[in-house]
Ligand binder design. Structure first.
Ligand code: SAM
Length: 170
């Protein structure tokens, strides 16, 4: 779990964990063993205040739930929530630039889900209905327009990518 790794590697770090569902926050609470360095917050990142002054904002496989038109306003809020010099690091579900490769990736994913005993087609339909992934270039443009500096892709594999940018210290 990312929070565990951060708590271990950065002994002075304090974390705010934010998610829409009490189920997810309760699952984190039960795995993180009551560390006094963690604040838990159930809320909607589209509308609720998620605080400010952060050195790092980590988003893990969650921002693809934002509709594309909602992203620019969210990124501006994310930018303002960082302390000068602070970084946004976001692990994203993305779509490939090529529609052909995109289809191949979805096919791999469907087969993977079926191999796990899941209904791959049902998950695919749910993904199409509820998720709004974009291309890396769109993310880079939106984050740059929101004010982030040095925006780029740190890592990419199939339809997953980690993108980062930072709030320049003025
Ligand atoms: C695929 S899960 C990832 C969970 C966790 N971040 C991880 O990496 O294991 C997506 C998460 O995004 C959360 N989420 C979706 N929409 C949200 C919103 N508007 N505000 C806050 N969290 C949201 C869901 O509740 C869910 O826990």
């Amino acid at each position: 779990m990312m929070a565990t790794a951060i708590l271990t590697q950065f002994p002075h770090a304090r974390l705010t964990l934010f998610d829409l569902t009490t189920e997810m926050i309760d699952a984190c609470r039960s795995r993180l063993d009551g560390s006094a360095r963690i604040t838990y917050h159930v809320g909607d990142f589209r509308t609720d205040d998620f605080g400010d002054g952060y050195d790092v904002l980590l988003a893990s496989l969650s921002l693809h739930h934002l509709a594309v038109p909602e992203r620019p306003a969210f990124y501006k809020r994310a930018f303002r929530s960082l302390a000068p010099g602070g970084h946004l690091i976001t692990a994203e579900v993305i779509v490939d630039e090529s529609p052909v490769v995109r289809e191949r990736q979805y096919e791999l994913w469907r087969r993977y889900m079926i191999a796990q005993g899941e209904d791959g087609n049902a998950w695919y339909q749910k993904h199409l209905a509820k998720d709004h992934p974009v291309e890396i270039a769109t993310l880079v443009t939106m984050l740059s327009e929101a004010g982030f500096s040095a925006v780029g892709c740190l890592w990419r594999y199939l339809n997953f990518a980690i993108v980062s940018g930072y709030r320049a210290a003025v």
